[in-house]
Design a protein around this ligand. Structure first.
Ligand code: BYC
Length: 318
């Protein structure tokens, strides 16, 4: 393609973005736009799949049949989210096998939050309330992201996340209205999940490598710091209703800004976790690799069956 032709395509692409029109898989797009989307969307898909593990840990130990059913449904939803997102990523010209390989080799990232352990039942409440709560705040703006398949996947994902957030908050409410020991469990879970939940939104805007470009492309509609602040403003009053305390001595309502001021996030911890040195990184990755290897015979059998069916069809047609 000549330089002039490329320039022309770039102008058409930029004009579409400016008009808030969706970019679809067969439309021309700059290579960097394609790569950035593969990166973010696949990391999002991996996060959903790895995110099933901390909660899966509690399915057999849920305190009642009702809790078990709700948790099972939530974890299944997360598998569904991962699958939509992998499919949407494949429309950008990368195969599912390559995406899995990036996860299993440790090349691709997934959300830092899933490298923390779920020690008590209250952690399941805290994950629903805080982690899914953070995910909704992050993902609602993604419903109007510029890449069509990602935006459409997000609409359904957000509806399901809002159910997840409520089931988590309801677990926390029940514990907080229960015995002093149960309330203490809820407080302990908040203490452990609060700061990692704030880290989910990524580094501060001045440390974020991709925000500026992603905002221009309307991949991101809000910055990491804007979303984090929105999460804090929304969540602190919910902790007040529960009667438990957010573990931040510097947390204070600021009349002037109309937002909560908050304490310093431990960014060293964040980067340690992102680089693979969190409390559960090795265990999480190993579980995914084992599942992939253990499922090989199922994939082989499904392929052999599909080939046989295709052969039969050809023979019948002949
Ligand atoms: N963890 O330039 P930045 C869920 C990386 S799952 C790990 O700000 P960006 C759920 C970042 O990738 C929710 N890494 O990046 C499931 C980049 O490194 P690379 C998952 C992180 O992309 C089950 C570097 O740091 N949600 O809801 O502009 C149960 C610099 O960052 C993290 C999504 O994936 C992190 N927290 O912004 C319950 C949402 N943060 O790639 C719930 C979609 C940053 O250059 N993703 N990094 O090597 C996004 O919105 C954006 O990718 C982020 C980061 C806001 C996360």
């Amino acid at each position: 393609m000549s330089e002039k032709e490329i320039k022309n395509l770039e102008e058409i692409f930029e004009a579409k973005i400016a008009r808030d029109e969706k970019i679809e898989p067969k439309d021309w797009m700059p290579e960097k736009y394609r790569k950035t989307h593969i990166r973010q969307m696949s990391q999002h898909a991996h996060s959903e799949i790895v995110g099933m593990l901390p909660e899966g840990n509690w399915i057999t130990r849920a305190p009642s049949l009702r809790r078990k059913v709700a948790l099972l449904a939530k974890v299944q939803d997360e598998a569904g989210h991962g699958l939509y997102l992998y499919s949407a990523t494949e429309t950008l010209g990368i195969s599912r096998d390559e995406l899995y390989d990036q996860l299993h080799s440790g090349k691709a990232k997934y959300s830092s939050i899933f490298n923390y352990p779920t020690i008590t039942w209250a952690d399941i409440g805290a994950i629903g309330w805080l982690v899914d709560g953070a995910a909704i705040i992050n993902q609602v703006p993604l419903c109007s992201t510029s890449f069509g398949p990602y935006a459409r996947a997000m609409v359904r994902v957000c509806k399901e996340e809002s159910f997840h957030q409520r089931q988590g908050y309801e677990i926390m409410l029940t514990l907080c209205k229960g015995t002093p020991e149960q309330k203490e469990m809820a407080q302990d879970a908040l203490n452990r999940w609060w700061w990692p939940s704030l880290m989910m939104f990524g580094p501060t805007d001045d440390e974020s490598t991709h925000t500026e470009q992603s905002m221009k492309w309307k991949l991101k509609r809000k910055t990491n710091d804007e979303l984090r602040q929105q999460f804090i403003d929304q969540t602190v009053p919910q902790a007040d209703i529960l009667g438990i305390k957010v573990p931040d001595e510097d947390l204070k309502w600021n009349e002037e800004t109309g937002h909560y001021d908050f304490g310093k996030i431990n960014w060293d911890e964040f980067w340690q976790v992102v680089k693979g040195h969190g409390p559960c990184n090795k265990e999480r990755l190993q579980t995914r690799v084992d599942a992939w290897e253990g499922g090989e015979w199922v994939r082989d059998a499904a392929m052999a069956y599909a080939e046989k069916q295709a052969d039969k069809k050809v023979k019948r047609a002949g």
